[in-house]
Design a protein around this ligand. Structure first.
Ligand SMILES: Nc1ncnc2c1ncn2[C@@H]1O[C@H](COP(=O)(O)OP(=O)(O)O)[C@@H](O)[C@H]1O
Ligand SMILES: [Mg+2]
Length: 254
């Protein structure tokens, strides 16, 4: 495949981000590059503080960059002002967080409907119906988040992220609050969104048994890309863990 195909859904080029707190500066991202191709599940793997969440926020246009650019669905995010950026994000991007971020007072179904624009009016019922069915949540639709398990809440959060049918999904430690069985189910779900629906997903994790579900694993250390691991569809957590440790140990920038 052409390394520089212009149709790639997400391109991160030479992105740097410095957080300043008084006199202190943290180089959260330092010249990071990443390209996500259509229908690809990419994991960003790194220790706590390595810049994974900052990179995800940069991809979503949620933070201002000190250098570099993010091109999402062909659009340089820096060229959009706040209003157009919000609409662009809504139409092209779904975001899922570790902590689900559901509204506790709303039912599961109402949470899914929340981001939908008025213009979806007639289509929305059918879209929500289909999402509930696909995610196995139809029977739980009237429950509020507090009455749902962690895995169920994350399914609802994923359904909410999909309601505007985005081509790209970003997930920050989506299994981080789940037991291993529910975590695996969420990984299977993300995988099927890629394999069956052709979406592109970037998933942040520090765990090999989650990263192994990806097609490629981008290893971050101290805000820089160290290397990229490929899984070749093997889903072998031991190999991923070993190669990840080797990458961190070698510290090779590649
Ligand atoms: N809003 C912020 N203000 C100051 N420093 C921050 C902020 N967000 C993150 N950082 C710092 O940037 C670095 C990367 O953080 P983060 O992207 O959250 O890492 P990760 O998600 O890999 O744990 C850390 O040193 C963190 O303390
Ligand atoms: Mg984080």
């Amino acid at each position: 495949m052409n390394e520089h195909a212009i149709g790639d859904p997400l391109v991160v080029e030479h992105v740097s981000k410095v957080y300043r707190q008084g006199a202190a500066e943290v180089n959260a991202l330092d010249d990071v590059n990443l390209r996500v191709r259509p229908g690809e599940l990419v994991a960003i793997m790194g220790a706590s503080g390595s810049g994974k969440s900052t990179l995800l926020h940069a991809m979503a246009g949620l933070i201002e960059l000190d250098a570099g650019k993010v091109i999402l669905a062909g659009q340089n995010l820096a060229e959009l002002s706040d209003g157009p950026l919000t609409r662009f994000r809504r139409d092209n991007l779904g975001i899922v967080f570790q902590a689900y971020n559901l509204i506790p007072s709303l039912t599961a179904e109402a949470n899914i409907r929340l981001p939908a624009p008025k213009s979806m009016n007639e289509r929305l019922d059918a879209v929500v119906e289909k999402l509930l069915e696909q995610l196995g949540m139809t029977a739980r639709r009237h429950h509020k988040p507090g009455a749902l398990s962690g895995g169920e809440q994350q399914r609802i959060a994923i359904a909410r992220a999909l309601v505007c049918d985005p081509a790209i999904l970003l997930a920050d430690e989506p299994t981080g609050s789940l037991d291993s069985v529910s975590g695996t189910q969420i990984c299977e779900l993300l995988r099927s969104l890629v394999d069956d629906q052709g979406r592109s997903i970037v998933m942040v994790t520090h765990e090999a048994h989650v990263a192994m579900w990806a097609d490629r694993i981008c290893v971050l250390k101290d805000g820089t890309n160290l290397t990229e691991l490929t899984t070749d569809g093997r889903r072998d957590p031991q190999t991923v863990a070993r190669e990840y440790q080797e990458a961190l140990g070698a510290g090779v920038i590649g």
